[in-house]
Ligand binder design. Structure first.
Ligand code: ATP
Ligand code: MG
Length: 415
């Protein structure tokens, strides 16, 4: 992409009404635009990051036999009444809206009921399960407070996956597999080191559920964690029993505490929704059984915001390679012909390049580049050409090296 054609501009100052680091940096760098509290537009650069995160997740989920679909945001009341979750006393963050004919609709804050209802068309025999289905969908939540930038939105993109299993045993196996899949997703997006499998309270079908909590000061939660075992307890759900229930030693947690963000969670739902909505199958003996379920969420903007909270410095964002909006930021200091050539040959080699072809002073270009945070910066200038090529530098280091255009392609391909 040519930066001269990118309509977003960077800004030196963060908006006064943004107090979180993620929203300040992402707004200044032109990744997001705030519509109102907790509601953000993802601009071209921001959308690229979202798409790269989605690709990582999609690959992991397709690998374990899950199928992508997309449900509706508008929800009919009667399905939710069956589970008891239409009631504002039960769910306090619904957005609801009247229809012209006097009835009411809801904007989905999650999709358990909806998918369970859909599955009634497709599951009737033990031969029809297990089913694993997921989507990337906008969720609406009338959150009391939305003050952490894109970490807590009133409208946000979620990946939600649901399993429809034969019984507890089959579900449990999948649930264990999902723990690994989630860890792999968080590792691939760059936050593996800071992310802990965290025990938290369960629901009617399991004593515990698991969250994936990422240590950062921006977090609203507090975890107690064991660095060696890579496991944590959500302080809200702390009980002496947890240690016994999981063969854990209290001393190993030293009671080390840290603020953290819940980037994902996995839930055993059991028969709660299948029973409420009548999703059953006939077993081998012709006996009617409830499908056994689980649900698995990841907040995509929350994950993106968490990455920014962790990977940034006083100059701007430092994207991990796997989720960066571009692989390379090519900065042209008035060597148009050669810059264009390098831009094209990088693209021909499958490298995603942002070419800064704007007529600006070098200092301004470097400041923008640091703010936007693309992991590799390549500068082409008269000086670099005199030295034999282009100057290559990682966003997170001060050192640079000169490379010939040929060596550059090889270098980047290797990365
Ligand atoms: P929280 O406790 O932070 O309010 P939750 O437990 O209610 O979250 P779930 O309903 O389990 O959230 O949603 C699944 C995932 O969606 C969460 O793990 C989180 O990553 C993300 N998420 C939840 N609420 C928001 C929000 N308001 N904005 C952005 N992401 C969210
Ligand atoms: Mg949760």
């Amino acid at each position: 992409m040519l930066q001269s054609q990118l309509f977003t501009k960077t800004r030196k100052e963060a908006p006064k009404d943004e107090s979180s680091k993620n929203a300040q940096l992402l707004t200044r760098a032109g990744f997001i635009h705030k519509e109102m509290a907790g509601v953000y537009t993802f601009l071209p650069l921001g959308l690229r990051v979202i798409e790269r995160i989605k690709d990582i997740i999609r690959e992991e989920l397709n690998n374990i036999g899950a199928h992508e679909m997309k449900m509706t945001a508008l929800q009919q009341k009667d399905i939710w009444e069956k589970s008891g979750r239409w009631d504002d006393e039960v769910v306090d963050d619904w957005f609801k809206t009247p229809l012209k004919n006097g009835t009411e609709l809801g904007l989905a804050f999650t999709h358990e009921e909806v998918l369970t209802n859909i599955m009634k068309n497709y599951i009737s025999s033990y031969k029809d399960v297990p089913v694993y289905a997921y989507q990337f969908q906008t969720k609406f939540r009338n959150e009391l407070r939305a003050k952490s930038g894109i970490l807590r939105g009133r409208e946000f993109l979620m990946k939600d996956l649901y399993d429809f299993s034969l019984d507890k045993e089959e579900h449990d196996k999948f649930y264990e597999k999902m723990k690994e899949v989630y860890m792999s997703i968080f590792t691939k997006t760059g936050i593996g080191e800071q992310t802990y499998l965290t025990m938290s309270s369960g629901g009617s079908f399991s004593k515990y559920s698991f969250e994936f909590q990422t240590i950062t000061d921006a977090g609203e939660d507090i975890i107690m964690y064991d660095e060696n075992k890579k496991i944590a307890i959500n302080k809200d759900d702390y009980s002496e029993e947890i240690f016994d229930d999981f063969g854990l030693k209290k001393t190993e947690f030293n009671f080390k505490e840290a603020k953290s963000v819940e980037v994902g969670d996995i839930y055993t739902l059991g028969e709660k929704y299948s029973k409420a909505l009548g999703l059953t199958y006939k077993d081998e003996n012709g006996e009617e059984k409830n499908v056994y379920m689980g649900s698995y969420g990841i907040g995509i903007p929350r994950l993106m915001g968490t990455i920014v909270e962790i990977f940034s410095d006083e100059k701007g964002i430092i994207w991990p390679k796997s989720v960066a909006p571009f692989d390379v930021h090519l900065i042209d200091l008035a060597q148009q012909q050669q810059a264009k050539q390098i831009y094209e040959s990088l693209q021909e080699n499958g490298v995603d390049v942002l070419l800064d072809d704007r007529q600006l002073r070098p200092g301004e270009k470097f400041a923008d580049s640091d703010l936007i945070g693309i992991p590799i910066r390549i500068v082409i200038s008269k000086k670099s050409l005199d030295q034999g090529g282009v100057e290559v530098k990682n966003r997170n280091s001060e050192e640079s090296q000169i490379m010939s255009p040929q060596a550059l392609i090889e270098f980047i391909k290797e990365l």
